[in-house]
Every structure is written in C-alpha cells, then in structure tokens.
Design a protein around this ligand. Structure first.
Ligand code: ARG
Length: 447
C-alpha cells in the first residue's frame, strides 16, 4: 500500500521524505485534536449536501470522537512512514472503516485542513495566554494598591527626575497589559474566521455549505474569498505573533526595571531569595537570573514576527510548502509566553519594596518641581519660580520638602486603577471564548 495520500506509482526517496517532513510530525501533534474537530464539522456538512449517508456520518462521527479521546490520553502517534496528522487521521479511519473512511476528504484539501487546524489551535492557545495575562494583570494591580503611598525616584535619561511611586510603577505595567490585550483581541478576531471550504485554495465544485461549518466550529464568520483564505496562512500567525510580541515587550521592560531596581546601587526592591541565584566564586551574590532570562526570552519572542515575515516574504498567492516551516517557530511560542507570564506573576507577587528610598538625600532634588509648583500656586509666575528654585539649588539653599500632592487622573495620588481594570475587563469579555467551547462540546457529543 502506498504510504502517502498522494502517492500513486512512484515511491518517494527516503532522504527527500525526511527533508520535506522534517519536524512537521512533531508540530502536527499540537494540531491533532483540532484536525479531528475540523473533520467532525466537515463530515456533518458533507452529509447535509448528500455526499455521505446518515449511517456513514454516524460511523465516522463515532470513530473520530474515539480518535479525539486517544489524543486526549496522549496515546495518538503519527507513524514513521505517515507524512502528517491529516494523513494519519484519514489512515486510522480507512483502516477501521474501509471505503467510508476514504470518503471524508471530498471537498477539501490538506491546505484548508491545516489552515483550519491552525486557526482552532491558535484560538484555544490565545485563551490560555489571556488567562496567564489576567493573573499577572491582577497581581500588578494588587501590588500597585498595596504600595500606592511608597515613593521612588522617577528617571528621565536615567537621571533622577521627579517623584514616582510603586503605585505608579506596578500600575503602569498593568495598563500596558490592558493595551496588549486589545492588540490580542484584534489578532483573535482575525483568527476566528473559518477557512474551511477553500480546499486547495480555489474552492470546490461540490456545493459546500461553508456557513454550516463556520457555525459548527464556533467561528465568528468565515474568510470568504477562497484565495484570501489561503493567503491567511502565515498572515494569521504573523499577526498573532505581533500580539505575543507586544506582551513580551511589556514584560521585558518590567524585567529590566526589576534587575535595575534590585541592584545595590538602587536598592528599591528586594527579590525573594528563592528567586535569585548564587555565584560559584562570590559568596555574597544573589543574582536576578530569573528576570535576566525573562528579558532575553522576551527579546526572542519579539523576533518571532520578523522570523515569520522572512519565511513567508515574497511568496505569491496560493499554497507553498514554505508555509509548513512557520509552525516550528510559531507553535512553541505560546508555551514560552505562558511560562514567562507565570514566572513573572510569581516574582511580582513576592517583590519586597523599600519604603524609605526618599530618606536618602541623593534623591532630594527630585522634589524641586514640587517646590516650583508650590510657589506658582502662591502666585509667583511659573518661570520666576523655576528660576528661584534653580538658583537656590546652585547656591546650596534648596530645602527639599519630601512630600507630594498629585491629584489629577493617573498621577501618584489618583492612580485610576479601577478605570484600568474596567478597560481590561471590557476587552476580555469581548473574546467570548464560550461560543467555541459550546460548539466543540456539540461536535464531541458532550452537551
Ligand atoms: N504539512 C503541510 C503544511 O503544513 C500540510 C499541507 C500539505 N499540502 C501540500 N500541498 N503539500 O503546509
């Protein structure tokens, strides 16, 4: 028996086979449950247009649900001489059901199969990422509230500038994540459209009911134009990678701040001992390796959209095997960002802050603007007040009052954390993951 779906009379050279398959079997294992779900929707639709009988649909549905369970138990394997997950599932069906198994591929191609698998995989991984983001978001806001009265120097050019606070510092990263979630929401919307039915990239002469598979799989709508549906391969991954990259940029910046603030020369925060590492030669060292690796991992993630761009760049429309390689870079990125988010959440929840930073006189000049503003409020024109305080500083006569009175929205005394939370929650509710959970439960007969 030929071992490739497409093999007819010539057999494929072994080296060519391992070159073209590469690590694809490994990547396809991540897609396996979604391949089965896609097939469950496809056969239901095939039956509705007369390409399968009701009995055939029943048998195939039962068999596919069985394969889904095997995958869930971690017992699904792509056999050595089987090219990919799509071939493996079809082979399992034909082995058990003969001709009925061979009917399942009417009106589709592996090109739209892998497209739909990826969209379903991405949709569920985005849900996992948003959960990890929410854990970090909540922790940051808690810490912001807990330490809202503790001042620390704010810097511009890494020069002591004006008073800031831990309320502002933690809260800033929470708000940054709220914006990253908005970017992710847009990426989710693009992901949540059904490419199934585009077949090899040019549709089919069977009267496919694409609206039906769109609903069965819990998609918002479809990628209508079949040529565009195929163009979504690589594009969807790139857009989602950009969203992941946005989170990585936020977390990488936080990690760098934390390394800096933890250094003895700053001494603003203390990382819990269990989260630092020692030196093999210097007995006193407690290094912030976790945040350093976080920084590097976040930088690597920010390379991902560029990697995908370069793999897919300059391809004309239509399917090309080049697209397969995107999986190797893209698929593991979700586990990476989730691990980063979880580790940083644990760190942030245990950071100890120094409550007496401003007692140190090296930071006293950051209160100069407070004094300028105080004089201005008393009636002195701002420019004169600025000059007076400047001259006082030069002459060593400036007397820092280490207090702040900031009341406007988003400032030290009025963090607006409730507004930031409302923004985040509104975006999160827009994902509406429940729709696809309900659709999957129905396909699997679990409702
Ligand atoms: N492994 C392939 C991919 O990821 C599946 C699609 C194969 N299609 C083809 N025309 N060779 O793109």
């Amino acid at each position: 028996m030929a071992s490739k779906l497409w093999e007819k009379s010539t057999t494929v050279d072994h080296d060519v086979e391992s070159y073209t398959v590469g690590r694809d079997r490994e990547m396809d294992l991540y897609l396996a449950p979604y391949d089965v779900l896609g097939s469950l929707a496809h056969i239901k639709m095939l039956q509705s247009i007369g390409l399968l009988s009701a009995e055939e649909l029943d048998t195939l549905t039962g068999e596919l649900r069985g394969i889904y369970e095997i995958i869930g138990k971690g017992e699904f394997k792509i056999e050595d001489d089987i090219e990919d997950v799509h071939s493996q599932v079809e082979l399992m069906l034909t082995r058990r059901l003969g001709d009925t198994g061979k009917k399942i591929h009417s009106g589709r191609s592996r090109n739209d199969q892998v497209l739909v698998d990826l969209k379903l995989f991405i949709r569920s991984r985005i849900e996992d990422v948003t959960k990890a983001m929410t854990r970090l978001f909540d922790t940051l806001l808690e810490q912001s509230e807990r330490y809202k009265d503790v001042l620390l120097p704010g810097y511009t050019h890494l020069q002591v500038a004006m008073p800031s606070s831990f309320g502002l510092w933690f809260g800033a990263y929470a708000e940054s994540l709220a914006d990253d979630l908005t970017v992710m929401r847009a990426a989710y919307e693009i992901t949540n459209r059904n490419p199934l039915g585009s077949a090899a990239g040019y549709g089919s002469s069977f009267p496919l009911n694409r609206t039906m598979t769109t609903n069965l799989l819990g998609f918002d709508s479809m990628d209508y134009n079949v040529v565009y549906a195929q163009m979504g391969r690589g594009k969807t991954e790139r857009i989602v990678a950009q969203a992941l990259s946005s989170i990585a940029a936020t977390v990488g910046k936080l990690a760098y701040d934390a390394c800096l603030f933890n250094s003895q020369n700053f001494g603003f925060i203390k990382l819990p001992d269990e989260f630092t590492t020692g030196s093999s030669i210097m007995p006193h060292k407690k290094n912030p390796d976790v945040f350093e690796l976080t920084r590097a991992k976040c930088n690597k993630l920010q390379a991902l959209p560029f990697e995908i761009t370069l793999i897919t760049n300059n391809l004309p429309s239509g399917y090309f095997r080049d697209l397969q390689l995107v999986k190797e870079n893209f698929v593991p990125a979700f586990d990476d960002i989730i691990a980063i988010l979880d580790m940083v959440t644990a760190m942030v929840s245990q950071i100890k802050v120094n409550r007496s930073i401003v007692d140190d006189d090296r930071y006293r000049l950051m209160f100069s603007v407070e004094e300028v503003n105080r004089l201005t409020l008393e009636g002195m024109p701002f420019r004169d007040a600025y000059k007076k305080v400047g001259l006082d500083i030069e002459e060593g006569k400036f007397n820092a009052v280490k207090e702040v009175h900031h009341t406007h929205e988003g400032s030290i005394g009025n963090l607006c954390n409730d507004k930031i939370k409302a923004l985040y929650d509104k975006t999160l509710a827009g994902f509406n993951f429940e729709t696809y959970h309900r659709a999957f439960a129905a396909l699997l007969g679990k409702n």
